[in-house]
Every structure is written in structure tokens, then in C-alpha cells.
Design a protein around this ligand. Sequence first.
Ligand SMILES: NC(=O)c1ccc[n+]([C@@H]2O[C@H](COP(=O)([O-])OP(=O)(O)OC[C@H]3O[C@@H](n4cnc5c(N)ncnc54)[C@H](O)[C@@H]3O)[C@@H](O)[C@H]2O)c1
Length: 384
Amino acid sequence: MISLSVIGLGNRAGKYLSCLSGDARVSCLVEPDSFRLQRAAELYGVPADHCFRSAYDFFASGIKVDGVIIAVPDQIHYPIAIEAVKRGFHVLVEKPAVTNQADYDSLLEASAKAKTPVGVCLVMRYHPYYKRIKELVGEVGQITEITHTEHIGPDRMGHTFVRGGWARKEDTGPIFLSKCSHDVDFILSLCGTGAKAVKVQSEGSIELFKRSKAPEGSTDRCINCPVRDCLYNAVNLYRERKEWIAGFDVPQDKTLDQVIDDVLQSSPFGRCVYRCQNDVYDTQKVRVELENGIKLSLSLEGTSAKEGRETVIKGTRGILRADGGIITCGSIREDYSQLENAPLHAGADKALVEDFLRSITEGTPMKASLEDAAESHRICFLAG
Ligand SMILES: NC(=O)c1ccc[n+]([C@@H]2O[C@H](COP(=O)([O-])OP(=O)(O)OC[C@H]3O[C@@H](n4cnc5c(N)ncnc54)[C@H](O)[C@@H]3O)[C@@H](O)[C@H]2O)c1
């Protein structure tokens, strides 16, 4: 039996918990929000004396577990991960593993010293579509250049990076790190083992989500706003389309519709996207030169209507294009578009959890280990 402590019971933890099977048992739960803690305790049958409101109470309890899953906001991954490592617990930490180079180095050192492997939730490594791109990349011959754009999409951009918890650098770190760290990790993985950057240049700005771009006549909250055709209208997103509402908890004495109305009236998610306190970029271009001569052009695009990743890999014998789940290269054309919005990252979340459990049983690192993710994190830290 593998005993686990799950720290931070929000969106990501819910996904990983739903993937547990076989020998894994949820032994401890940690979450400051009592509603979420209670709900998970009932669902996974965890007794009250194994439920904690803070990670420090959990560590202080002296309860031993085999593995710890850390799915809290980005800025607090480090203090929790380092405590878990020091106690010899196997760690699976959400991406980005930490938010600065000093913490990364310190966690790597602590993990090596304690001989405690740390895995990072780089789900793209386990995703069938991205795995297929990696399998096919040899078709282009020697890679010379990769252009990769992540189009965040209007719903995710407005909800998460303008109105939500990833909108301010002091809360979360730079957006290129929080959103694109797994993209950089994936692109680097195509460039040969141990690919290293020798130059990183970055340019970012807020092009759209600022007061000067607010439509004429728009108001502070969408619920009162006469501009109904706005792409970012919260009434349309949450009340009409019922998208991005999974994080709105519904207590027993309320209905979902009442909760959404409360959100629109008074929570940060009801605000006009042109009048938030966001300071992370909505547009960024990062150019990287690798030691082996490959040039990378990586873009984060938060202002367009498009959603998804677009990759062009140029090589000495051909060009591979991957866009919207469709891969083309010479006479090859493969369609994975049905995987784009498939649940649990098209099975990648389950594969990641299984790899974590395997690494605990066998005592070997995960495919997405902290060591392996060091260079992609370093590039993101340099890009800022
Ligand atoms: N791998 C991916 O594809 C992916 C996708 C989205 C988010 N993420 C990352 O996953 C992590 C969690 O994101 P999420 O979307 O689940 O966020 P979330 O806000 O849904 O959940 C975070 C939970 O942590 C809790 N929390 C806050 N402070 C805590 C503390 N000190 N101790 C314990 N719990 C605490 C919050 O109350 C909340 O329930 C973040 O680092 C995020 O960047 C990864």
C-alpha cells in the first residue's frame, strides 16, 4: 500500500485524486478552506485527525507517508516541497516546480542530499499528441529551428491570467513561467538529450488587458455592462455558457446559479478584464539559442481568439507542423484533434500519477524529474 498526503485541494489535486488506483491510499489531506477539506475527507474517507488546515500542521503531526502531492499556488511550492524532501517523502509538485532559480537549486540539492526524488507535473511529457510529435520529429532530419506559439484563448486568459490567481507576478511569478514552463520543457525535449541554452532574449508587454483598451461605455463589472458582445463578458462565460465554473464551490444551502450570481456581483471573477489589477504580460516573445545551434522562437499569445499550441519544426530534410492536434510532415498527416479537450489531459494526468506511484515503489526518478526539468525552468527564469 502506498500512502499519500495531498496538499492543496483545488482543481489540479481533484484531477490527480481521480486518477488514483491500485495500491494508492489517500492518508492525509491539507487545505486551508474548510469546505474543500471536508468535501475531500468525506470522498476519500480520511479521518479528521489526518486532515490539516496547513502543511506545517501536517509536517508537525509526525505522520509518515510514502508520497506527497503538492498542488498549491505556485509561490508556496518551494517551502512545502523542501519540508517534504527533508522528511524523506517522495514528492510530486505541480509545475512550475518553484518560482526562482535559487529555490530550484536549493530543492535540487536537498533532494540529492536526502536521496528523495522529486517529480514535476509536466503533463505534456505524458500526453499522446505531444509524444507522437516527439516520435515523428526525426523525419525533419537535423533540427535547425523551432517556432512554438501558445495561444492561451480568451476564456482561460480572462479567467486565470487577468481576473484570477495567476494575474499578478507577486502572487504567482511571471506568466511565461506559470503558463509556458511545460511548453519549454517539451520543445527542449525535441532538441536532443542535455540541450542547453546559451542565449535567452525576451520581450513582453500588456497589449490588451488595460484600462485604455476598455470598450466605450463598458463598466467595472460585467453584470452591469451594456457591452454584451465583449469576448470576455463574465455573464456570458459563467452564467450562460457555464464554462470555467469548476472552481466555484457550491455550499449545501445554495444552488450553482446563486453561486454564479454572487460571483458576478462581488467576486474578482465578475470584473471587467480591462479594469483588473493584472500585471503579468498578455504577449511575450522569447528567443533562445541552444549550445547545439538550434534556434527557438517561443511565443505566448494571450490576446487572440485562438486557443491551442502551434509548433513548426524546421530541419535539414523537412518541416513538421503541429497545430490544433493535426501533425503534418511531408506525406504524413495525422489527426489528434479529438484529444485537444479530452478529459484529464487525454490520459496524461493518469499516466503522470502512475509514474509517480511507480517511482515510489521502485525508488527511481519519474520521467518528469526535477533534474530533467532544470534547464527548461532556467530558461523560463531568464525569460522573466
Ligand atoms: N499541470 C498543469 O497542467 C496545471 C494546470 C493548471 C494549474 N497548474 C498548477 O497547479 C497548481 C494548483 O493549481 P490549481 O488550478 O489546482 O489551483 P486551485 O486554486 O484550484 O487550487 C489550489 C488549492 O490550494 C489551496 N491552498 C492555498 N494555500 C494553501 C496552503 N498554504 N496549504 C495548502 N493548500 C493551500 C487553495 O485553497 C486551493 O484549494 C498551481 O501551481 C498551478 O500553476 C498546473
